[in-house]
Design a protein around this ligand. Structure first.
Ligand code: AMP
Length: 446
């Protein structure tokens, strides 16, 4: 069913067309009619499913036109990046309307956000802390609120926002529509849902356990001391356009970035200890192609939308299987293709097993051809330096690192074979992104 048949006004159908979308994703097909009808909704879906448009489009339709009487929609997001991204999506979809959206998050000055609120905005997209500041100082009032959207609730609770979230819900008018999105809905999240929603419809998109159909993924077992060397060797042998590398810790991310820079890569770093301007610069630089590699932690990278990430490399295996799916979801977004490699050490058989059980499939364990698995680990990146050649010069003729035999680690799936990823996003119509144009849905403010 095309977007024009979903009951959206022509201005929004045109906005969607301008974004290059042709057919709605499953969550859009199911959620848009519920939201247009005014009902409450629990959507169990993660980013990558098209959930932003699933709520933004019908919400814009319900608002109709700009009104000066204070925000009628509040969207709560766990991170600044997500808040900024969702604001951009509202602006993109609503480009043929006069509806105004304002983002409110920490890490930047209050002045601009305050004046946008005071000028009269229809939609506020906020992280809980800064929103509380504006509510407490009286700049922002929620009396006119009609729709509350709680996005990525599981992550919001993980980050310790439960008290603020409940306080904010308490400040919203009781007569309202509430939309609630969470990748998973375990009992503690069910409790928040009961507190916030009335007779919600449920839309479950079962991708939280599935990796995108278009992503080929593999584990690369290696000893602890050779991890960084293997990472560099993988990058050298990989024809990547843009590669997102995950580290478990902020410190680890900085260290990997430092070493990769020493190995001649252009590298951006994204984690919570970086200032807002550094985070924006990193993301914009990664999107524009200024940086070919971005090293990030889970929280910072949650939900970030960069079209055309060709490779995800888990330098550290994620702490929980759910994060594996989130990380892998950064590539192969919206029907583009991508590869996802995870470096594993011999003590991580348990984590490997948990991930395979969670996603319901075996992930092949591969060995990188030509890599010396018996080398003495490099003492420092400087010591390792002379061995590294600018990988851009090496990439000609290589499409992917060529896997050799599996390492016999006990957990091998189909040895030497890429996994057959599950199909879950069949209705999307965007092709492989042009690597020269990987601006995604945009980041900066318009
Ligand atoms: P989200 O889950 O909202 O983060 O969206 C994931 C990605 O899919 C974003 O890059 C969206 O721009 C893209 N997307 C969302 N809906 C569609 C659609 N109907 N057709 C094509 N791409 C879409």
């Amino acid at each position: 069913m095309p977007f024009s048949k979903l009951g959206l006004p022509p201005s929004l159908v045109n906005g969607v067309k301008a974004m290059g979308y042709v057919d709605p994703t499953p969550i859009q097909l199911r959620a848009i009619p519920v939201v247009l009808g005014g009902g409450d909704l629990i959507g169990s879906a993660q980013t990558g499913t098209g959930k932003t448009a699933a709520f933004a489009l019908p919400v814009l339709a319900r608002l109709g036109k700009h009104e000066a009487r204070g925000p009628r929609v509040l969207v709560l997001e766990p991170t600044r990046e997500l808040a900024a991204q969702v604001e951009t999506a509202f602006r993109d979809f609503g480009r043929f309307t006069d509806i105004r959206a304002t983002v409110v998050h920490g890490g930047v000055g209050y002045g601009r956000q305050r004046s946008e609120i005071q000028a009269g905005t229809d939609i506020v997209i906020a992280t809980p802390g800064r929103l509380m500041d504006f509510l407490n100082e009286g700049t922002l009032r929620l009396d006119a609120l009609k729709i509350l959207i709680l996005d990525e609730v599981d992550r919001m609770l993980d980050m310790g926002f439960v008290k603020d979230v409940k306080k904010i819900i308490g400040k919203c008018p009781r007569e309202r529509q509430t939309l609630f999105f969470s990748a998973t809905v375990p009992p503690e999240i069910e409790e928040v849902a009961r507190f916030a929603l009335r007779n919600p419809a449920r839309v479950e998109i079962g991708v939280s356990r599935t990796v995108n159909q278009s992503v080929t993924h593999a584990f690369y077992p290696v000893s602890m001391g050779l991890k960084f060397d293997l990472l560099v060797a993988l990058l050298e042998k990989t024809d990547f356009h843009s590669c997102l590398i995950f580290s478990r810790t902020k410190h680890g991310a900085d260290k990997i970035a430092r070493k990769l820079k020493a190995a001649n890569h252009s590298v951006a770093v994204l984690h919570a200890n970086r200032s807002q301007s550094q985070r924006v610069e990193a993301l914009e630089g990664f999107k524009s192609g200024k940086y070919e590699v971005m090293v990030a932690t889970d929280i910072a990278a949650r939900g970030i939308d960069v079209a055309g990430v060709s490779h995800v490399i888990n330098y550290d295996i994620p702490a929980n299987p759910e994060d594996y799916v989130h990380r892998i979801g950064r590539t192969g977004r919206a029907a583009a293709v991508g590869d996802a490699f995870t470096l594993t050490t011999p003590d991580q058989l348990g984590e490997i097993r948990d991930i395979e059980r969670f996603i319901g499939q075996k992930v092949p364990q591969l060995k990188l051809e030509g890599f010396n698995y018996h080398a003495t680990p490099a003492v420092s990146p400087v010591a390792a330096g002379p061995r590294y050649v600018d990988p851009r010069a090496m990439r000609h003729g290589h499409q992917h690192p060529r896997p050799a035999q599996p390492q016999g680690h006990g957990q091998g799936g189909a040895p030497g074979q890429p996994a057959q990823p599950a199909r879950n996003f069949g209705s999307l119509t965007r092709g492989r992104p042009d690597p020269r144009n990987r601006g995604g849905s945009g980041w900066g403010r318009r």
